[in-house]
Ligand binder design. Structure first.
Ligand code: SF4
Length: 276
């Protein structure tokens, strides 16, 4: 077990490299190995959860909170989340509308903190924390200030927001896929279009989650999974046992995750000094 204070990535029980075994999952524009989709698919099939609440890109960079109750619906939600979807405010309605009692939430670290605190330390006005079975957080370096980034793409590159088909992170380069091709931008060049809150955010992996998931440059095509508690660890191990994912030891790659976490923390500290 890695000590919280030493790791920059929160509490760690186990670290895995994982990949979906389902060819369709792997081919559905997954940024990593599709392990999160495969694990959630396993949880739905086994009846461990009755729905997954996640963000789905709807139009260009815009997104919405959606509920997936089947493999087909899950596949429709796959992809990077580059604009933050304010679904924390909508999740209660979604859960009630869909009559869900055990949900998995796939979210960003800031949202994982909200859901985690609400579940573990419920307050009177929140009454759906007990319905959250798993919190899965995606690694996050920031989301775009929507209007500003769309304006930048239009003014500098002639790309309209509604024409953005996909955004893919490859190392230090962000690819913006649009009808005329692929625009490649240095991630450092576009940091200035991130939301201000992201520039001072310190959590890279989502330390309030049950499972954190992301990619590391040194192992493309694989998802790195951090299991933070026994329940999460069992979910991953059972998904492997039932053949939904292929799993390898992820410990050799924790250094890459810590590098990302340290970079985000340093960025936050630098920006805080400018703000105050
Ligand atoms: S950088 Fe932080 S605040 Fe911004 S979307 Fe990611 S987790 Fe949320």
């Amino acid at each position: 077990m890695i000590n919280v204070a030493d790791s920059f990535v929160g509490h760690v029980l186990n670290i895995y490299l994982a990949k979906a075994t389902d060819g369709e999952v792997l081919n559905t524009k997954v940024a990593s190995g599709g392990a999160v989709t495969a694990i959630l698919n396993y949880a739905l099939d086994e009846g461990l959860i009755d729905g997954v609440v996640t963000a789905k890109r709807t139009n260009g960079l815009e997104g919405n909170a959606v509920v997936a109750r089947s493999r087909k619906e899950l596949l429709a939600t796959v992809g990077n989340k580059w604009s933050i979807v304010p679904f924390a405010s909508r999740i209660k309605t979604k859960i009630e509308e869909n009559n869900l009692n055990q949900v998995a939430v796939v979210c960003l670290p800031c949202q994982a903190q909200f859901f985690g605190q609400m579940r573990d330390f419920p307050m009177l006005e929140t009454d759906f924390g007990e319905r959250i079975e798993y919190i899965i957080s995606l690694f996050c370096m920031g989301t775009f200030a929507f209007e500003t980034f769309i304006n930048y793409l239009h003014m500098n590159h002639g790309i309209k927001g509604r024409d953005v088909r996909d955004i893919v992170l490859r190392g230090d380069v962000i690819e913006v896929h649009h009808p005329r091709g692929v625009l490649r931008l240095s991630i450092r060049e576009i940091y200035r279009y991130l939301q201000v809150g992201c520039l001072v955010c310190t959590d890279y992996t989502g330390s309030w989650s049950d499972i954190s998931a992301g990619v590391v440059e040194t192992k493309p095509g694989w998802t790195i999974l951090i299991a933070r508690n026994k329940k999460a660890d069992e979910l991953i191990k059972n998904a492997k046992k039932r053949g939904y994912i292929e799993v390898r030891d992820g410990y050799p790659f924790i250094g890459d995750v810590i590098t990302g976490a340290r970079e985000k923390l340093a960025r936050s500290q630098k920006n805080m000094m400018c703000l105050f």
